[in-house]
Design a protein around this ligand. Structure first.
Ligand code: ADP
Length: 475
């Protein structure tokens, strides 16, 4: 752990194991922080806050630029660590490191654009001035599926704004967090400004983050269930929160779209990170007379994807994170097949040769998926593509909106007015129109409804870490 500028073991020397999900091997042991360690980290961040928040934006920006440069220098090592502990193919890990580094660069720049305003008053003797100030100490919780970029997406804007931070990374991926904190240390970010607590049981950390009087804000990326629980607790202590939670993205193919082009896009985004992404399509709506062409193209592409250890050349499908993830996918597929879905390809665990020890599931395509199936409602977080046939006369946007989630949605059409209508009517925070990657450090990422609140990245991202203060001056 990294607390107050020093690398620390747990106070009671406890550790927990880190696994490679492709092989099941234990690859490392990391500190299993105690309650005392959590509190020390919060105190360190609190102590550092007056100094860090009073630096100029240009000074804070300088640290972020340095961290960005170090991330680029260590891109390959970071990517390898990520593939080892998280499983995604090395090429995808490199992309994630680049995406993660982009946040440091973007917020190094945004740090200097935290503008206030003056407001005319109706009283001749009065002047209004509004300034933005950092919130204070931030508790950050990150997930395992994007173990590098979710750290910078939170920490870069927090640091740019002048906040100090305690981070708790996911228990499955602490090694990426440790590598990132070596970068922050080498970028000479002053002690106490960023603190890392690793812990197997996340609950006590979550509880401190939402109750401790020194913490002013919780930023959380993870499941909707945990996010709602933390939001409820945070409300009792009036902590600010940003939540980036689950998703259940629709992927709408209109009858004017080329089904082959749409299938190509759908495969690429569906199997990104083996389906373990909150923006992964979970309901693919295809006009009924296009389903065959779409599903055939889709399945051909899926069958060409190699599953295996992400360190191997050509692998496109890495392992799932663990046994629970496999069980969830198996359950959803069995439920769908039991209710009449057709299995086009996949539908089973992969256990041939070396795959046996890891958590591999075959990329799977289902057609004849209907509303009564679990997969129509529940987030899958795995490599299963459910295709739903719709009648072109149906209101497919209403069908797509029929979910409690609201993170990402995708639309394929060549008709401009359909594209615009879909963009405006879909109740999701991120809409890809003929675009399967509507994400960037410069663009606001976040969801509606059960997918959370707040935005990360973009100019919105830094606002999540700022207070608005009004001054009324009588002259
Ligand atoms: P997932 O299903 O993606 O693992 P979780 O919400 O369980 O989703 O985990 C996402 C992150 O939230 C991880 O860092 C995990 O340790 C953390 N987490 C889980 N439960 C809690 C909790 N009660 N308090 C704080 N963090 C938690």
């Amino acid at each position: 752990m990294f607390i107050d500028g020093k690398w620390e073991q747990a106070e009671d020397k406890a550790t927990f194991d880190v696994f490679n999900p492709a092989t099941g091997d234990v690859i490392s042991k990391v500190a299993d922080g105690s309650q005392k360690d959590i509190i020390s980290a919060i105190h360190a961040a609190d102590k550092a806050f007056p100094m860090w928040s009073s630096l100029t934006a240009y000074q804070r920006s300088g640290y972020l630029y340095r961290a960005h440069q170090l991330m680029m220098d260590r891109k390959e090592d970071l990517a390898r660590t990520m593939t080892l502990e998280q499983g995604k193919p090395l090429a995808a890990a490199r992309n994630e490191v680049q995406y993660g580094a982009d946040f440091l660069l973007w917020f190094a720049e945004e740090a200097k654009r935290v503008y206030g305003q003056t407001i005319p008053s109706s009283r001749p003797d009065q002047r209004f001035m509004v300034i933005k100030q950092p919130l204070g100490v931030v508790g950050a919780v990150t997930p395992w599926n994007y173990p590098v970029s979710m750290i910078t997406r939170k920490l870069a804007p927090a640091l740019a704004a002048g906040c100090t931070v305690v981070l708790k990374p996911a228990e499955a991926t602490p090694l990426c967090a440790i590598e990132m904190f070596k970068i922050f240390e080498d970028a000479k970010i002053p002690k106490g400004v960023v603190n890392l607590v690793t812990k197997l049981d996340p609950k006590p950390v979550g509880e401190e983050f939402v109750t401790h009087p020194m913490i002013r804000k919780l930023t959380f990326t993870g499941s909707t269930q945990v996010g709602k629980m933390l939001a409820g607790r945070a409300a009792q202590h009036m902590k600010r929160i940003s939540l980036e939670l689950g998703g259940h993205a629709p992927f709408i193919v209109y009858d004017d779209a080329d089904p082959v082009h749409a299938a190509k896009g759908a495969v690429l985004v569906k199997f990104l990170n083996t389906g373990q992404a909150c923006i992964s399509p979970n309901r693919i709506f295809v006009p009924c007379d296009r389903v065959d062409a779409f599903a055939t193209e889709f399945a051909n592409r899926v069958n060409a994807m190699k599953a295996g250890n992400g360190m191997e050349q050509g692998v496109k499908i890495g392992p799932l994170v663990g046994p629970d993830a496999i069980a969830k996918v198996e359950n959803q597929v069995a439920d769908a097949l039991g209710k009449g879905a057709h299995l086009i390809t996949g539908g089973k665990r992969l256990t041939d040769g070396a795959l046996e020890k890891g958590y591999f599931y075959a990329p799977t395509v289902l057609t004849h998926v209907t509303r009564d199936m679990l997969i129509f409602r529940e987030e899958t977080f795995g490599p299963v593509a459910p295709i739903i046939a719709y009648d072109p006369e149906d209101d497919v946007i209403a069908m797509a909106n029929d979910t409690e989630y609201g993170l990402a949605a995708y639309v394929y059409t060549t008709n401009m007015s359909r594209a615009m209508t879909a963009f405006e009517r879909l109740r999701f925070g991120i809409i890809g129109i003929n675009d399967i990657n509507p994400t960037s450090a410069s663009a606001p990422f976040g969801g509606m409804k059960d997918s959370g609140m707040g935005r990360e990245g973009a100019k919105e991202g830094i606002n999540e870490y700022l207070e608005t203060k009004l001054g009324g001056f009588s002259i």
